[in-house]
Design a protein around this ligand. Structure first.
Ligand code: AFP
Length: 348
């Protein structure tokens, strides 16, 4: 960001104005990316409104449907998926969406609506917490279309199965108290807080940097005995350092967001002997890669124990990965423990 533009990025400016100022950094920009972010913001506001009044209507609870992972879908999951899909398809300038709630990608068939971006989305992460007034949120990721034909042609799987490093922008939106939207377009990480009285996201964190060497250890410790030794040892050492303490919500957007601001590490290790969890639980495309992008842009790190999450090329839409993200020193320690162990590594 040039110094000249920098002076306009002050706390309190609204997201729309922020997007238009930062767009001036890119003289070649056509405004399509800004339009896409605008649509994501609009959908985030609608979902936030629904999440905050959940309980009052009939939107709580589970449906009889299951997603592709065999998890029962919550009503609010499906609602959020529908709101984001509609906002993105109709006015987002995208060619394809990969959603955690859909087994197949959704292609934009209408050429007039189609644009040069591909989006991945977990419409409501932490949805098993919906009924308990715990913060939940959306995780989105934006790639440029790489399949041939530009916006003349429909998006393909190739547009979605790109390593995280190719991402154009990522962010979580956390619907809680307060509701926040965090995003990075590749340089800084910005945080906006929703002022519900005026319905605008206002800049509250102009340049988020994850603190170093202290904070929270966020992991579901009930699986401890299922983890590999390097993870167990690293956690033991982190605890012994005395600068880390434990906090786990069980809603990654909330855990990760707290650690981004206060420091710490979020872990979802593999459980090699547990069916379906040999690579952990988190999905590379929808959960791990967008959070890794934010972690790295905020000066932290995200790894699968062996290499950066951003360097893993997804094998398929629902590829899972072990995930360790947060303070650089804590993630380095985990990588070191794996490197010292005699494991050959679960490369990806
Ligand atoms: P849900 O969206 O099904 O609630 O899953 C949330 C999540 O992917 C992530 O947000 C949590 O950190 C993690 O699962 C919690 O998993 P455990 O219940 O195994 O700790």
């Amino acid at each position: 960001m040039s110094k000249n533009l920098d002076k306009h990025i002050k706390k309190g400016i609204d997201l729309g104005r922020h997007i238009s100022i930062t767009q001036r950094e890119h003289p070649q920009a056509t405004g399509e990316f800004s339009q896409l972010l605008g649509q994501i913001t609009l959908a985030a506001k609608i979902v936030s409104r629904e999440v905050n009044k959940a309980g009052l209507g009939d939107i709580l609870g589970k449906t009889d449907d299951e997603n592709v992972y065999g998890e029962r879908q919550a009503r609010l999951d499906l609602y959020a998926n529908a709101i984001f899909s509609r906002a993105l398809i109709h006015n987002g300038g995208i060619c394809i969406i990969g959603s955690e709630e859909e087994s197949d990608p959704v292609r934009v068939r209408n050429q007039e609506l189609r644009g040069k971006y591909a989006v991945t989305i977990d419409p409501l992460d932490g949805s098993s917490n919906i009924d308990y007034a715990v913060s939940i949120g959306t995780i989105f990721g934006i790639y440029r279309k790489v399949s041939p034909g530009g916006s003349e042609t429909e998006g393909t799987l190739e547009d979605l199965l790109q390593p995280g490093r190719e991402r154009r922008s990522d962010g979580p939106f956390v619907a809680g108290c307060p509701t926040m939207l965090v995003y990075s377009a590749g340089v800084r990480v910005y945080g906006f807080t929703l002022d519900s009285s005026i319905g605008e996201f206002l800049l509250s964190y102009p340049n988020i940097k994850i603190p170093e060497s202290h904070g929270y250890l966020s992991v579901n410790e009930s699986y401890f005995t299922n983890w590999e030794e390097p993870v167990q040892q690293a956690l033991k050492e982190l605890r012994e350092m005395g600068t880390y303490t434990s906090r786990y919500v069980g809603s990654m957007v909330a855990d990760f967001h707290r650690n981004l601001l206060a420091g710490g590490i979020f872990l979802y290790p593999p459980e090699p002997e547990v069916a379906g969890k040999d690579l952990g639980k988190l999905r590379l495309l929808y959960e791990a890669a967008p959070m890794a992008f934010i972690a790295e842009k905020a000066g932290g790190k995200a790894s699968n124990g062996y290499k950066s999450i951003l360097d893993i090329k997804p094998k398929h839409l629902h590829h899972r990965t072990p995930f360790y993200a947060g303070n650089k020193d804590a993630v380095d320690l985990i990588e070191r423990k794996f490197a010292e162990s005699d494991k050959t590594g679960n490369e990806d």
